[in-house]
Design a protein around this ligand. Structure first.
Ligand SMILES: C[S@@+](CC[C@H](N)C(=O)[O-])C[C@H]1O[C@@H](n2cnc3c(N)ncnc32)[C@H](O)[C@@H]1O
Length: 206
């Protein structure tokens, strides 16, 4: 199977990026870890013994980081369409989260105890058509919100990646119906020119 060659521009950006360099020199699988780390340091997100759900986990740096933070008595349960190399203490399912059967099996793994934290770095495959991509991203975000009702403990938190555009303000309003605090985060490792940002919704209530 032929692989698409990375563009010259992409390679130049990667080579100049201090977070890429830092990730290459560390054991983390992706520069994405520095986004989660920055938010965790600022907001004390991940605590020992937590059950953390990682949606869109591959190649695995968020799962690596979360499993280190929760320690031996915590759990990380992760899902991705793509395969992910195993990580100690992480229970991984390969499948499409938007597929009902996959979501159901995933919920069974979480069990009745529910999770303390849901983190989602998922982004749907881009078509390049901005309106379509934004609509797909918001549809996925709504699915994740519904998932929280079944997966989160009262008092639990959600960290979710979104893209600036239509529907994000309405989504904040939706979250406020079941979370005490809804905040926006744009960590340093999230590239300025990228429309991505994170919403941190804290203290879930039924
Ligand atoms: C930016 S990457 C996540 C990087 C990850 N946080 C890390 O630190 O390694 C986004 C991931 O979301 C996954 N993804 C996108 N749509 C998905 C879906 N419907 N179900 C499961 N995973 C999905 C992609 O396969 C991709 O691996």
């Amino acid at each position: 199977m032929s692989r698409k060659k990375p563009s010259k521009e992409w390679l130049q950006t990667q080579n100049k990026d201090p977070y890429v360099k830092q990730a290459r020199e560390s054991h983390y699988r992706s520069r994405a870890v520095y986004k989660l780390q920055e938010i965790d340091k600022k907001d004390s997100l991940i605590k020992p013994d937590y059950c953390v759900i990682d949606l869109g986990s591959a190649p695995g740096s968020w799962s690596q980081y979360a499993s280190e933070r929760i320690g031996a008595n915590g759990r990380v349960i992760a899902v991705d369409i793509l395969p992910m190399e195993s990580i100690d203490g992480v229970l991984f399912t390969q499948g499409d989260f938007t597929d009902e059967a996959v979501e159901k099996a995933f919920l069974q793994q979480i069990g009745a105890d529910r999770a303390d934290l849901v983190i989602s770095d998922m982004a749907p495959n881009l078509t390049g058509i901005r309106v379509t991509d934004q609509a797909r991203s918001m549809a996925m975000a709504e699915l994740i919100y519904d998932f929280c009702h079944q997966a989160l403990k009262p008092g639990g938190d959600l960290l979710i990646k979104l893209f600036e555009g239509a529907g994000t303000n309405e989504y904040r309003q939706l979250l406020r119906e079941h979370f005490d605090k809804v905040m926006t985060r744009k960590p340093g490792a999230s590239r300025d020119k990228s429309r991505e940002f994170y919403i941190l919704a804290r203290s879930y209530r039924l």
